[in-house]
Design a protein around this ligand. Structure first.
Ligand code: DGI
Ligand code: FE
Ligand code: FE
Length: 302
């Protein structure tokens, strides 16, 4: 069956194009991450098939086909289309592949224990070519760097976006979020502060930072175990050094706790809890003179 033709009468031109874009993105992501590209395309095309139904249409269909809505779902109209869309695919289009049906069913909220295909469709919906929300470029950047990483970015975005306007957030969204966040916490514990310190110094040196030093402040400060200092040759270099550290560590599943910068762009602080990284221009490094405050340790991290 050609599902493009099936969805067309259901949707406005704009939504139709969105679905084709999601299908294309899903196919590409599936190829990258080893999901079935054909299934990804089908789920992508169909994911919003009932998006433009009225509330009455959704509720009538839900009743007719015995879709059980929780109290939360019953009061969240935006979530109806994921449930009725999946049921439409099953009962009317007679698709019986559970993975495809679940990819449609959970494309809006996500859930704990998502399959590869479910994640692929969830992300495809986030990064399809027609998306232009603030932050989409950031999420597109992550889309091909690891499925869990981009899921984390997408879910964190959803949680932030909904909570900004005090909207309810479906428990499944937290289920998906927590599952990945917990994995991350466990992963983080494996990296010792001393290893993290060496790694950050290496990243900075590879990116041509000047005078990379660190202080072991474990015994003298509760702030962190290590402070790292580095100089960039210009404001732009300072910024790109900070971005490089963030990127390289994120790729390893190590995420920043806090980032600070002065308003002149001459100093950036990256806080990785046990390791705090200061990147300055030459003048700012002299001006702040932080190193004098701590005993400089030049031996290998303990
Ligand atoms: O159907 P799309 O517009 O392509 O995208 P979508 O299926 O992700 O739906 C996005 C809408 O759903 C958006 O308005 C926010 C809303 N939404 C997503 N997750 C939740 C949610 N609304 C609530 N109340 N709770 C959620 O967890
Ligand atoms: Fe949707
Ligand atoms: Fe969509």
């Amino acid at each position: 069956m050609i599902y493009e033709d099936v969805i067309k009468p259901f949707l406005s031109e704009k939504r139709f194009k969105h679905c084709l874009n999601v299908a294309r993105a899903a196919e590409k992501l599936a190829k990258q991450y080893g999901a079935d590209p054909e299934k990804a395309k089908v789920a992508g095309v169909l994911h919003d098939i009932t998006k433009e139904w009225t509330v009455q249409q959704h509720l009538k269909f839900a009743e007719e086909f015995g879709i059980e809505l929780t109290e939360f779902e019953f009061s969240s109209e935006k979530l109806f289309h994921a449930m009725t869309g999946s049921a439409y695919a099953r009962h009317i289009l007679e698709i019986n592949d559970d993975d495809i049906l679940n990819a449609i069913r959970y494309h809006t909220t996500g859930r704990a224990g998502m399959s590869l295909l479910e994640k692929v469709v969830f992300i495809a919906d986030f990064i399809s070519d027609d998306r232009d929300y603030k932050g989409v470029d950031e999420i597109r950047k992550w889309a091909y760097r690891g499925l869990d990483k981009v899921m984390m970015e997408g879910l964190a975005y959803t949680v932030k976006d909904l909570s900004k306007s005090n909207k309810p957030i479906h428990p499944n969204t937290f289920g998906a979020y927590n599952e990945i966040a917990l994995k991350r916490v466990k992963g983080e514990k494996v990296v010792k502060a001393s290893e993290l310190c060496s790694k950050v110094c290496e990243i900075l040196e590879n990116k041509k930072a000047i005078e990379v030093n660190y202080s072991c402040v474990k015994d003298v400060s509760v702030l962190a175990d290590y402070f790292i200092y580095a100089t960039g040759t210009s404001n732009t270099h300072v910024k790109s050094l900070a971005e490089e550290v963030e990127l390289k560590l994120k790729e390893k599943g190590i995420y920043l706790d806090r980032r600070e910068a002065d308003k002149y762009g001459t100093w950036i602080l990256l806080d990785y809890a046990d390791v705090i990284v200061h990147i300055f221009t030459e003048d700012a490094r002299k001006l702040y003179n932080l190193e004098e405050l701590w005993d400089k340790v030049r031996s290998e991290p303990k």
